[in-house]
Design a protein around this ligand. Structure first.
Ligand SMILES: O=c1ccn([C@H]2C[C@H](O)[C@@H](CO)O2)c(=O)[nH]1
Ligand SMILES: [Zn+2]
Length: 133
């Protein structure tokens, strides 16, 4: 694991403290590295209308996209889980829209277990923009 990966995990851990989680009390942090070397971070933001909640991963991705970023190289996600935190299905679908199939996502937890997984393994046979043509 390179130095940039540890830095990315640290950034994810740091923004996890900003999570707005009055309902689940389950804070999650995510950090996304762009090809240009910038890091976009996200935390989960819940809502009294529970399903309106946005996960940490999507907050990070949407911040980057809204800032004009298009090329991503690595992502880290962290939560206080027993195993490396598995992203939800909605986040996997959003990731598959913007991440290359060979991009690595580092899933981790507070006890530093890390599962580094390729986009294509995280969501195989995913519905793609090209399927609309
Ligand atoms: O990978 C995950 C899994 C869950 N959550 C959030 C959604 C909700 O706020 C809380 C409990 O599901 O954790 C994330 O942000 N990312
Ligand atoms: Zn999610």
């Amino acid at each position: 694991m390179g130095m940039s990966t540890n830095t990315l995990i640290d950034e994810a851990k740091k923004i996890r403290d900003k999570a707005y989680v009055p309902y689940s009390k389950f804070p999650v942090g995510a950090a996304l590295l762009t090809k240009s070397g910038k890091v976009y971070t996200g935390c989960n933001i819940e809502n009294a209308a529970y399903p309106v909640t946005c996960c940490a991963e999507r907050v990070a991705i949407f911040k980057a996209i809204a800032d004009g970023e298009k090329e991503f190289v690595e992502m880290a996600v962290i939560a206080d889980t027993e195993r490396p935190v598995p992203p939800c299905g909605s986040c996997r679908q959003v990731m598959s829209e913007f991440f290359r199939s060979d991009m690595i996502i580092h899933l981790t937890n507070l006890t530093k277990d890390v599962k580094s997984i390729k986009m294509e393994e995280l969501l195989p046979f995913s519905f793609q923009p090209t399927d609309l043509q």
